[in-house]
Ligand binder design. Structure first.
Ligand SMILES: [Fe+2]
Length: 392
């Protein structure tokens, strides 16, 4: 928990109070809301619910309720400002540690068994770090306090455009042991026809060729500069790197690209079957690379079917709606997953460079509106095996 907090504070370290409080885009909370919300969620679960204590300030629970307060109004709420939020975060943490000292991780209580609620808290802070990075893309002249690794220097391996995934019965979802969200369970079998999947995520070069051919709108942050495509993030404008995966595309754009390429988006079970055997330890994750590696990197860590970068670099849109697995049970609260089930949201898989490593698993399901592109979303296409013009 200390590591997670250090990481959160590292991300916001270079920012002024004005930048922390500012609403950059109505679809993203001001960073100051995220900070207060991270601490308030900790207070709610670990201090109030587990510790049975009163909140430090009773009105904060409502202000930081993500369901009650839609993102577009969060900048107008009387939330804690930059000078108030850090003391609040520290006071909550002090009480959290007092509770942790006293508590028994009762194996009979599903919220406490194996420390579930502590894992949930960690995952929550990690996941807010990614939302914060979405906003940081828009912050002029943001200079990270810490940069780790140079993912672009990973050697890139050559290989076929697509790899084959065997048909038959595939096990999908998280096993019963270990931390996972309710929506990843129960693990179940799915029958799949054999199919092909792109070995790497779709590159900027391929996406630029599609734009050239169709005149479609470019991804978020791109614009034309003469003959070249350039992108501006964190206040810096750079020529789009052709070999890196395309990022910041909506589901509609991903779907249109796939059809243009004579392919389709994979279904969620297809994606998970193709990701089987991928390791999060060898993947561009954990945020501090501040960008993608080239498509085809981490080839020594390919999944069982031979696909690379199934984890890390960019989230990959699937064709599937976010729905419940057969036998789903909401835990620990319906507002995590259940209220989002239906045909409104599309599932993304695999995590991005902006995802903390401990968040991601091959069974992890992310979901968002099909119009969204401020997220770190990219594309990997699939194709029915029967439609393949032969693997050459
Ligand atoms: Fe949250």
């Amino acid at each position: 928990m200390e590591e997670a907090r250090r990481h959160t504070l590292t991300l916001v370290e270079p920012l002024t109070e004005e930048q922390l409080n500012r609403v950059y885009d109505p679809i993203l909370s001001p960073l100051i809301w995220d900070l207060g919300h991270i601490a308030n969620f900790e207070e709610l679960w670990l201090v109030q619910r587990i510790g049975g204590r009163e909140p430090l300030r009773g009105d904060l629970g409502e202000l930081y309720d993500a369901i009650e307060q839609p993102r577009k109004i969060r900048g107008e709420l009387p939330i804690l400002k930059a000078d108030e939020v850090r003391p609040y975060m520290e006071q909550v943490r002090e009480r959290t540690l007092e509770v942790l000292d006293e508590i028994e991780l009762d194996p009979e209580d599903p919220v406490l068994a194996d420390g579930f609620v502590y894992e949930m808290l960690l995952a929550h802070e990690h996941q807010h770090n990614e939302t914060m990075l979405q906003l940081l893309q828009m912050v002029e002249a943001y200079e990270p306090a810490r940069v780790d690794g140079s993912p672009a220097e990973e050697p890139v391996a050559e290989g076929p455009e697509m790899v084959m995934v065997e048909g038959g019965s595939h096990e999908i979802g998280a096993r019963d042991v270990g931390f996972a969200y309710d929506n990843e369970r129960p693990r179940h079998s799915v029958e799949l026809e054999p199919f092909l999947i792109d070995r790497t995520p779709v590159t900027n070069a391929a996406y630029a060729a599609y734009l050239e051919d169709t005149g479609a709108e470019p991804p978020m942050y791109w614009r034309r500069d003469g003959e070249a495509w350039v992108r501006t993030v964190m206040g810096r404008t750079e020529v789009v790197e052709p070999e890196q995966p395309v990022v910041h595309v909506s589901w509609h754009e991903a779907d249109a690209f796939a059809r243009w390429a004579g392919k389709r988006l994979p279904t969620e079970p297809e994606w998970e079957a193709a990701a089987n055997g991928a390791s999060r330890e060898r993947a561009n994750l954990d945020q501090l690379s501040f960008g993608c590696s080239k498509a085809g990197a981490y080839a020594d860590a390919a999944s069982d079917c031979g696909a690379v970068q199934m984890l890390g670099d960019v989230w990959e849109w699937t064709s599937s709606d976010f729905t419940a697995y057969p036998g789903f049970r909401a835990f620990p609260y319906p507002e995590y997953s259940e209220v989002f089930f239906g045909d409104t949201y599309k599932v993304l898989r695999g995590g991005a460079w902006a995802t903390r490593r401990d968040v991601i698993r091959t069974s992890f399901r992310n979901w968002d509106l099909p119009i969204r592109r401020q997220i770190f979303s990219g594309i990997r296409c699939a194709r029915d095996e029967s439609e393949a013009p032969g693997l050459s």
